[in-house]
Design a binder for this molecule. Structure first.
Ligand code: PLP
Length: 219
């Protein structure tokens, strides 16, 4: 636990107007309570069950974001408790989110996860597939989802240039998509990019939401 790192991160984010999502996966009740007491109210989890359990334990005043992959059959357990789903990577998943959100009479905020990394383990929609995805005729029919922007993870590498170019690619894609599909929607405004090792680069390249765990919990 490191409050100095936490404060330094907030200081770095502030000129960009970016928000911090503290990634609390695998972290204990006490660890999360500590960070909550520092004033943090947005937390990210990468597993559905953990998110649901922690939401119950820590009360309803926190904002929970799902940042890890989501299976269709788990969607109903996180709606309506999740504020933002960062990891939408298929139309079938989006349709299921829409269906469950409809049952709760809410509009669920989502990001489309884009595969920008040159690593097979990283998930997401391929940049080349995104336009086909957004042109699907079912898109207009989904009234209970709101696409708020894009999410991406850079390759885990020491090569700063590569990381920068991947984040840049995400931002360019964001701009293209915004002008082609979301020009009338001010809500399409978020780029979720940057983790402990690469968030300063992500900020430079337009990130509005950074997801940080280890720099805060195990520096
Ligand atoms: C774990 C995780 C993070 C945080 O990574 P750190 O390197 O611990 O900051 C961010 N995004 C996703 C999707 C993660 O799974």
């Amino acid at each position: 636990m490191n409050i100095d790192n936490y404060r330094n991160i907030l200081d770095k984010l502030s000129p960009y107007g970016a928000k911090l999502i503290v990634v609390s996966k695998y972290k204990s009740f006490d660890e999360i309570e500590t960070v909550k007491n520092w004033g943090q109210n947005i937390f990210g989890e990468n597993r559905v069950q953990e998110l649901v359990a922690k939401n119950e334990l820590h009360g309803i005043n926190l904002e929970w974001h799902l940042i890890g992959s989501l299976q269709k059959n788990k969607v109903k357990s996180i709606i309506p408790i999740v504020k933002l789903i960062h990891s939408v990577d298929s139309l079938l998943l989006l349709q299921e989110i829409n269906k469950q959100a409809e049952k709760h009479e809410i509009v669920q905020d989502c990001l489309l996860q884009i595969k920008i990394a040159k690593e097979d383990t990283k998930q997401g929609i391929l940049p080349s597939e995104l336009k086909v995805f957004l042109s699907d005729e079912t898109f207009g029919e989904m009234k209970n989802i709101q696409i708020r922007g894009l999410m991406g993870m850079a390759t885990n590498t020491e090569d700063i240039q590569q990381i920068r170019s991947e984040f840049k690619q995400l931002r360019i894609l964001f701009e293209e998509i915004k002008s082609a599909y979301f020009y009338d929607s001010p809500l399409f405004s978020e780029i979720s990019a940057g983790m402990s090792d690469d968030f300063p680069i992500a900020l430079d390249e337009g990130s509005t939401l950074v997801r940080i765990g280890s720099l805060i919990f195990n520096p």
